[in-house]
Design a protein around this ligand. Structure first.
Ligand code: ATP
Length: 568
């Protein structure tokens, strides 16, 4: 079962958001001031209507009074509405800028996460955080931002207005306040768990679908399509159940809000009635108070309703920040240096909680030397290559490698893009002549000869097809252009003895010339030409030496060599 990446707590989320807001705080303050002024202008309407009611009651209202008051109301309404609209635009702009900054940080950070941590968490979890969660936070903007900006300012200004009228009016609102507070408290306690469960179910579904797609060949090969289909259905049903729970919680919140609304209106009416009887307020004053409370209820309900979206967005935000703040703290040490040598000192490693896969490895590769790593399948060769490349971090011990290290793994990926893009990934400044030279050196010119648009031919999904061996040649040409100090080769596609194996060995020789290299020798012909060979068994180095020395010694390497020669 995948453990998933961590989720940031409330305090950590607040700290991260505060840090992220650096550079936007002045704009935020200006937005706040504008919001307050705009909502203040909105106060004019209820006050003016109360004023008119009093004048009408006293019989002193004439056409001029009505026209003047109407003009003032119209002006304040226009000013208030435009100010509020501008506040929302400004707030939305800041929100999206902050989200873009966070998304960048997320992508940047995930690129530095050690491979095993991502594998342990499940790629689906990471994809879900950088897609579903980013969408949830972005989608919240149109509802949450207007609700928050309008409500917060309306509450402050309206309560101030009620208190300025007669304090009992403001105090009467306190009767309904506990209902609202209890509703929010209940929702904040119930909501996060329900929303987190919904998001986690979504992550699990994403992982299930991803695994079915990635393992498509295996699914077909073993005839387990129906089984996979059922697994995806089960996870989709879990998402449906969790979504239903989330929506039920929302309906229950609605019921509580309706109760609060009823209580606040009833209380202000009763208080207004009592104040008028005591001659502490005029009918106009009571009218203004009633209008202020009505004004307050709309945004308040809107805010509480978007607490749902807000809560969901906050959950997503905490998941995004959780992935951003995942700092791998390996007890072991993995360092990059300006030099060209590789050193491993007592390096041990395991995947998650599994058994030791590398057991106290000691290795020295002097600058410019080529080291071959040999061993049966599962001995730990690929893992060792990953540790030297820095994609895995040691559990204990120290890895020292050149800063400019490049690796070709067993999974060679052809990126969607042009042939040129695929070659210049690690050398963006390389010109066409250098690219052609690299293709020639690695025997890959044939790819170019058959590419309909030369270096501009689109490769990858739906692009110009290339064979697995050509993809490997392309990867070698890319490596040559990257001009790394240390090259790690862990490619294993070509069958020993095939024409391609010979071609790839020659291409690899061209790439490795003059560099420090570690070659995971899936074909022993690759090992024979290296300066040094280490033989691995169950995570340990059991033999070290040159090809001839190891053959003469008659140990494991000699037996592997004999078996390999007889298979050729
Ligand atoms: N991602 C992983 N999670 C858990 N265990 C793993 C993972 N990758 C490899 N292992 C285990 O670690 C051990 C060493 O695997 P590794 O791939 O490094 O061996 P190898 O010598 O390179 O094998 P091969 O020649 O088949 O690639 C094996 O027991 C393998 O099952």
């Amino acid at each position: 079962m995948n453990q998933g990446l961590p989720v940031a707590g409330g305090r950590e989320t607040a700290i991260q958001v505060w840090q992220l807001s650096r550079g936007y705080r002045l704009r935020l303050a200006a937005t706040g001031a504008l919001g307050l002024l705009s909502t203040g202008a909105d106060l004019v309407v209820p006050v003016a209507i109360g004023f008119l009611v009093d004048r009408a009651q006293a019989g002193t209202a004439n056409l001029a009074t009505v026209l003047t008051v109407t003009a003032v109301m119209a002006l304040s309404a226009v000013l208030g509405a435009s100010g509020t609209a501008l506040t929302i635009v400004l707030a939305t702009h800041v929100y999206h800028s902050l989200l873009a900054a966070l998304r960048e940080r997320l992508v940047e950070h995930t690129m530095t996460l050690p491979q095993h941590l991502v594998e342990q968490a499940g790629t689906g979890d990471l994809i879900s955080r950088s897609s579903d969660d980013v969408n949830a936070v972005a989608d919240a903007a149109p509802t949450v931002i207007p609700a928050i900006t309008v409500t917060v300012f309306t509450i402050v200004v309206s309560l101030g207005g009620l208190a300025a009228l007669e304090w009992p009016y403001a105090a009467s609102f306190a009767v309904a306040l506990p209902v609202y507070l209890l509703a929010v408290r209940w929702f904040l306690r119930t909501g996060p768990g329900v929303y987190r469960a919904e998001r986690t179910a979504m992550s699990a579904r994403a992982q299930q679908i991803l695994e079915s797609q990635r393992g498509y060949a295996t699914v077909l090969g073993f005839g387990i399509a129906e089984q996979r289909h059922q697994a995806v259905m089960t996870d989709s049903w879990r998402v449906a159940v969790q979504s239903l729970r989330a929506r039920t919680v929302l309906s229950m919140l609605n019921a509580r809000l309706n109760l609060g609304e009823y209580l606040s209106l009833a209380t202000v009416l009763v208080v207004g009635f009592a104040l008028i009887r005591l001659e502490a307020s005029t009918v106009g004053g009571a009218t203004t108070a009633m209008l202020l409370v009505l004004r307050l209820l709309g945004p308040l309900n809107q805010l509480l309703l978007v607490v749902d979206t807000l809560q969901s967005a906050l959950t997503s935000l905490s998941r995004m920040l959780g992935a951003v703040t995942t700092v791998p703290v390996p007890p072991g040490n993995s360092q990059q240096t300006a030099g060209r040598a590789v050193q491993l000192d007592q390096v041990s490693f395991r995947y998650g909680q599994g058994p030791l896969v590398l057991d106290h490895i000691v290795l020295n590769v002097p600058p410019g030397q080529h080291l071959a790593v040999v061993g049966v399948s599962g001995a730990g060769k690929t893992t060792l290559a990953g540790l030297v490349a820095g994609t895995h971090l040691p559990e204990s011990g120290t890895v020292i490698r050149p800063r400019r290290t490049a690796m070709i793994t067993q999974e060679i990926h052809v990126f969607a893009g042009t042939l040129r893009d695929n070659l210049t990934l690690a050398a963006p400044e390389a010109g066409d002549r250098e690219i052609q030279a690299a293709l020639a050196a690695t025997g890959a010119v044939e790819i170019l000869d058959h590419a309909p648009n030369g270096l501009d031919t689109i490769l990858g999904v739906n692009g110009h097809p290339i064979t697995e061996a050509q993809a490997q040649q392309l990867a070698l040409a890319r490596l040559l252009l990257a001009d790394a100090d240390l090259v790690i080769l862990d490619e294993a596609t070509a069958e020993a003895g095939s024409t391609y194996a010979g071609e790839l060995d020659r291409a690899a020789d061209a790439v490795l010339a003059g560099r420090t290299a570690i070659v995971v020798a899936h074909r022993l012909s690759q090992a024979a030409t290296c300066d040094q060979i280490v033989v691995m068994e169950q995570g340990r180095i059991i033999e070290t030496g040159q090809h001839d020395e190891l053959l003469t010694a008659g140990g494991v390497y000699a037996r592997l060599w004999a078996a390999w020669e007889s298979d050729r």
